[in-house]
Design a protein around this ligand. Structure first.
Ligand code: ADP
Ligand code: MG
Ligand code: MG
Length: 882
């Protein structure tokens, strides 16, 4: 196999579509080179070498050495410099780059090839001793950190000491002699701490750095990032070795990052940040506040834009922006460096963006003729929509703004302020909502960012680590908030007008405006018009699967319909029983001594249930509605507090003692598998009879008086055998016929069942002889198939997922191999005895994109999910087709 791929001077061995082999960075460096963009020459060592490296106990495959040497020679020839040469030395960067971008997760070493000899060559070449020693000391710092495992702080400390000694504040105030002295001091300290010399030999440096990049694939933060983003460990990283260009050789030099469109709004403007006379990560590190690249972005008080300072380079870059978008047909995130007025491209990739921007860019690109509707649909990830479907701050709510930063990632979030990632994780685990406040974030903070509702940083721009990662996570972020003085020692920050927020105080962030607000602010529902509506129109055109919602109230139904729900897949009647004015009647029914007592109580509940159904049917305007009869164990409704028990004794005319005894009697050891669902309907038929009566009366009334067309779907839960269903269906049919006769109307209705027990799935052919539809209750089906209780799984399920015993939480994403197999089997069996049977799913999985795609594949008619997930399911259903 070929281990090394060259790029330089308009020619490249690799291509953009070779990301698996070359990593994203390497593949795109190759592509940019071959379309004629100015890329410093270099070569990429493949991800296969990384995989081999880990397989073979950190040994490289035979032949790698020779290939690296040959490619290095080609770079030397193009550059007219020689690696390790005393007079005209070549310096390189050694950069990691996996298939999927993992911003800041792995390590990069710049200025490699410097030593006490070659630095003289750099001085002679550049005529700038200060620059040369500054580059040298950066190299020693980076290399010792990344490759040798030296503590960064130890060298930073020496640098601080130097500045103090010289009485200066800024790095830029140090002279060539200072840097030279520091290089020597750094090396001495490294020797002292590690008992090891800093390598002088450039070849040793090169191989050290290559090994470190491969090694960084398995560092803790890369592992965490992969886990959060579902990136398999066996993908490996590539290593890019590239000749250095310098953005830090003076005021005609610069380095920057940009997006070809605004990653936050999706607006079609060039958007970026740069720094004059700076190297590498200075822009994203948040140490100096970066400047805008153009006048469009420039706001009052900003430093001059690149468009003003380096107009020719800016124009060239703006041209490259167009070339890249036409070529990649997607928004790009680029890195560039200007050395002495000459522009170089160092990276391009498809840019991360907010959900809102993703939609706008996709819709705009269709209008611009760059992509078609199908491509546009695939550009937006279903899970991303979540961001848009959630509330933003109520514009009318009063708010005390205490600071303003950059609107780095939109949405609104409120929580208590915390100042470390560990604390954020800890509190979030206990169910608290927190806002992570940092001076700036680094990859070490990733777990805390994940746990927080929102992220607030004092330093760093729109492309800082915090901003990029937050946008990727779909999390609200306010970055670069210069109003803040964060003090880690006292766990507090001071905002405008001296307002102090301490750990534990409530704050609210508005990621769309950059505002930081004291306390918790009210929110308003999302806007679903404009580009969002356009995209969803396309989505509906292509998808086959219908999307219904789980809704128990007229209001939920209304929200869901606005989100595009095409019916209700699950209306849980028990939720209607919990309201304060009803629970008494329900308790009365449960605790009644005999049939007569129960019927008396049920008569009180009947009109309320009927009212519920009228409201829901009306709201759904003739769309299908599946109503599930009472499901949970009765004891869930029982009074636990003494005052509630007292109140009941009067209604039921029993003593406290008797009542407590009855409550105790109803206690179950394992209610999930106890007296619930159809088992209640069989032992207390009057309960289901009342519910069916309420459903049918509601429907008949609307049909008769308001001219509605309604086909009620009555669903019987927890069926294990066809005999259960047969009896309950007969009861229900009798009630339906009776009601229709009394109203003098005839309407169609369906009686079906949940498939949520393995036995039901296994005997679905028998069950389908009675059931007119199946709805897969995959929450219970997952519990009963795995034999694990959802309510107790919190203690061990996270461990299973962390240690890869399970690839995912099966309550979040349907276990396709196990539970999914039962679903698939039940579909086939059901259709074998009733070909026209309606099939749907009503578990939480109905709103999980991967599960939706599965449902499409097994041929369900619809999925049903919570109202806020309806658009996500619609989009996933379209992805399933395309
Ligand atoms: P990351 O994947 O973390 O972005 P990169 O490999 O892109 O890491 O390197 C980080 C930064 O280092 C780049 O954005 C660029 O500014 C700088 N850099 C990398 N290689 C070179 C090079 N050959 N010449 C100049 N700067 C470089
Ligand atoms: Mg980069
Ligand atoms: Mg169930």
């Amino acid at each position: 196999a070929k281990f090394v791929y060259f790029f330089g001077n308009g020619e490249a061995d690799g291509r953009a579509d070779m990301k698996n082999l070359l990593g994203g960075k390497g593949a795109n460096l190759a592509e940019m080179t071959s379309i004629g963009l100015p890329v410093p020459p270099g070569f990429t060592i493949t991800t296969e070498v990384c995989t081999e490296f880990y397989k073979n106990n950190s040994a490289y495959p035979a032949g790698l050495n020779d290939e690296v040497a040959a490619n290095l020679k080609r770079v030397e020839q193009l550059m007219g410099r020689t690696f390790g040469d005393a007079v005209n030395p070549l310096l390189v960067s050694v950069r990691s780059g996996a298939r999927a971008s993992m911003p800041g997760m792995m390590d990069t070493v710049l200025n490699l090839g410097l030593n006490d000899t070659t630095v003289q060559g750099i001085i002679a070449q550049s005529g700038d001793e200060r620059f040369a020693y500054d580059a040298y000391r950066r190299f020693v710092q980076m290399y010792s950190d990344v490759v040798m495992g030296m503590d960064k702080e130890a060298l930073e400390h020496l640098l601080e000491q130097k500045k103090e000694e010289k009485g200066v504040h800024l790095d830029t105030d140090l002279t060539a002699a200072d840097w030279k002295d520091l290089v020597a001091k750094f090396k001495a300290r490294i020797r002292e701490v590690l008992g090891q010399e800093f390598p002088e030999d450039p070849q040793e440096q090169l191989w050290g750095a290559i090994g470190a990049v491969f090694g960084s694939w398995m560092n803790q933060r890369a592992i965490t990032y992969r886990k959060l983003n579902n990136i398999p460990a066996d993908w490996g990283t590539a290593v890019n070795v590239q000749s250095m260009v310098f953005g830090n050789m003076g005021d005609d030099c610069a380095t920057g990052v940009a997006f070809t469109r605004d990653p936050s709004t999706g607006d079609n403007y060039f958007y970026g940040e740069y720094l004059v006379n700076a190297q590498g990560e200075d822009v994203v590190a948040g140490i100096r506040t970066p400047q805008p690249i153009n006048l469009h972005q420039k706001k009052e008080g900003d430093l001059p834009a690149m468009e003003e300072v380096l107009p020719e380079c800016y124009q060239q870059l703006a041209g490259i922006r167009q070339i890249l978008e036409k070529h990649y047909k997607d928004m790009q995130d680029i890195e560039f460096t200007i050395e002495k007025g000459k522009l170089y491209m160092l990276q391009t990739r498809n840019g991360k963006r907010t959900a809102c921007a993703a939609i706008k860019i996709a819709v705009d690109m269709v209008k611009e003729g760059l992509i078609d509707e199908k491509a546009a649909i695939l550009r937006v990830q279903p899970s991303q929509l979540d961001q848009l479907l959630h509330p933003s701050l109520d514009p009318k709510a009063p708010k005390k703004i205490i600071a303003k930063g950059l609107p780095a990632s939109p949405g609104a979030a409120a929580g208590t302020a915390v100042f470390t990632a560990d604390e954020a994780e800890l509190l979030a685990r206990n169910g608290q909502k927190v806002i992570l406040v940092r001076i700036e974030t680094s990859p070490e903070d990733i777990h805390g960012m994940h746990a927080a509702q929102g992220i607030l940083t004092a330093r760093g721009g729109m492309t800082s680590h915090a901003a990029v990662v937050a946008r990727g996570m779909g999390k609200c972020c306010v970055a670069g908030c210069g109003d803040l003085k964060v003090d880690y020692a006292s766990q507090s920050f001071t905002a405008r007008h001296g307002v102090v927020i301490k750990k534990g105080d409530l704050i609210t962030l508005d990621g769309s405006t950059g505002e930081v607000i004291m306390g918790e602010v009210a929110t308003v529902p999302p806007q679903l018009t404009g580009d969002f509506a356009t995209l969803m129109e396309w989505v509906d055109k292509y998808r086959k699967l219908k999307v219904r919602t789980n809704a128990d109230t007229p209001n939920d139904s209304k929200v869901a319909r606005e989100f595009g729900a095409e019916g209700i897949g699950l209306c849980r009647t028990e939720h209607m029983f919990f309201e304060a004015d009803r629970i008494m009647a329900v308790r009365e029914m449960i605790l009644a001594e005999d049939l007569e007592g129960r019927e008396k109580a049920l008569a009180k509940i009947l009109p309320m249930q009927k009212g519920d159904f009228i409201g829901i049917f009306r709201e759904m305007k003739g769309l299908p509605v599946t109503i599930r009869l009472l499901d949970p164990p009765l004891h869930e409704f029982l009074p636990t507090e003494d005052k509630d028990i007292e109140a009941l004794t009067k209604t039921l005319n029993v003593t406290t003692q008797q009542l407590k005894h009855k409550v105790e009697f109803l206690h179950e050891f394992n209610p999930m598998l106890g007296h619930r669902g159809c088992r209640l309907g069989l032992t207390y038929p009057e309960i289901y009879d009342m519910q069916v009566q309420a459903i049918m009366e509601a429907a008949c009334e609307l049909v008769k008086n308001e001219g509605f067309s309604i086909v009620p779907e009555i669903m019987i839960p927890l069926i294990a055998t066809v005999s259960e269903l047969k009896e309950l269906k007969a009861n229900a049919v009798a009630v339906c016929e009776e009601v229709m006769a009394s109203y003098g109307v005839k309407l169609e209705y369906l009686i079906g069942t949940m498939i949520e027990l393995p036995r039901a799935a296994l005997t679905a052919d028998e069950i389908a002889t009675e059931a007119e539809f199946f709805s897969f209750g995959t929450n219970d089906l997952t519990q009963t198939t795995f034999g694990l209780s959802r309510d107790d799984a919190g203690k061990f399920l996270p461990f299973y997922v962390e240690t890869n015993l399970l690839p995912e939480d099966p309550f979040v994403t349907l276990d396709q191999n196990g539970v999914g197999k039962l679903v698939k089997m039940a579909c086939e069996l059901g259709r074998s005895t009733r070909p026209e049977i309606k099939l749907g799913i009503c578990g939480e999985h109905g709103g999980d994109p991967a599960s939706v795609i599965f449902c499409h594949k097994v041929g369900l008619d619809y999925v049903s999910c919570s109202p806020f997930r309806v658009p996500i399911a619609r989009l996933a259903a379209a992805h399933a087709v395309l």
